[in-house]
Design a protein around this ligand. Sequence first.
Ligand SMILES: *Cc1c(COP(=O)(O)O)cnc(C)c1O
Length: 397
Amino acid sequence: MLRKSRLFAPGPTPSLPAAQAAMASFTAHHRTADFKALFQQVLADMKEFIGTKNDVLVLACSGTGVMEASVSNLTSPGDNVLVLTAGKFGERWTGLAKAFGCHVEELNVPYGETFSLDDIRARMNSFTRAVFVQATESSTGARHDIEGIAKIVRAQGDETLLVVDAITGLGTTHLDVDGWGVDVIIGGSQKALMMPPGLAYCAVSERAWKSMEKTSSPRYYFDLRKERKSAAKGETAYTPATSLFAALGAALGFIRGMGKGNLTAGREELVNNAELCAEMTRAGAKALGLKLYASAPAAALTAICAPEGIDSGKIVKEFRESFDAVVANGQGEMKGKLFRIAHIGYYDYLDTVGILGALEHVLAKVTERSVEYGAGVRAAQQVYARTRSGKQQLVGA
Ligand SMILES: *Cc1c(COP(=O)(O)O)cnc(C)c1O
């Protein structure tokens, strides 16, 4: 059969055709009125996309670049920081903070789980300069309670900052950045913004800007103060990734369209879309007798345990070979144990039922057991039907 190549990994996610077209045709030099207009529009729209009044910066790097910038700008060597880690991306915070000489305290919970707020409270003290966490841990599919964590951090006062890697959280999760008092929230272009990798962004609170004046870790390209000064003049400090800005402008336009001209409403729609695709996927997986890996599953992605005795690598390979669908294996120690299906950004109903239909064939092939065709798809359809109308029932359900 003909196979269309499709991405179901938690980044890079499928690109919006309008974003690709905008990229391909963009030729303006970055020190021109045309680029300046685009740049200023994108920065203003990004505030709405994130849902913040704080200054937003967009840098040319992958998400980890801005994670690093948050460490280098907000800490000094020897500072005490608390890393909340429950997976591979949490471990990245530890690696970064150690690389900049921080004294790292870790609150570690097993893969697939999330933190107890009491445990976090117990690990905080007046010397904690910053707390680093993920909104959604993409390696396990877990959702962390950013609202609850923010309450604890804010109770410490203005000397303790909360830095959230929401690289897969933004656009898939309802987050009240300013209301909760998140100091730095970080995102990346290749996730919910439906465009290729290459840009990462953050919103930075006044509290965090102030604290940056006192820190002494080395930084140059990633000196956020310099970037902020340039942005206030409608410029970037160095050569921006101009064509990616054009793609970002188009993606934000698409999201505004989802909200019928209102970008905030469009972002809410996008989050609700991810929530619904995720709920459909969870129902489909369970109906096929599969277990979910995360105890508090995120809408960004669904991590599904491989059936007993089956290496999840076989499932990932079969998705690719039969359907040219890129589904992610587990990372690190989770490799072989689970597979991950994303719902970040440009996914819809047909993608969701399609991947579940394919999953039924993949399971039949790798387990060599009979699968009740339609069971996963039907469960997903029931979720969809229930959400669309209070009482609508599927014929034959
Ligand atoms: C994708 C992702 C990142 C960023 O990774 P890069 O490869 O640097 O873009 C960081 N954190 C989470 C939770 C992610 O999903």
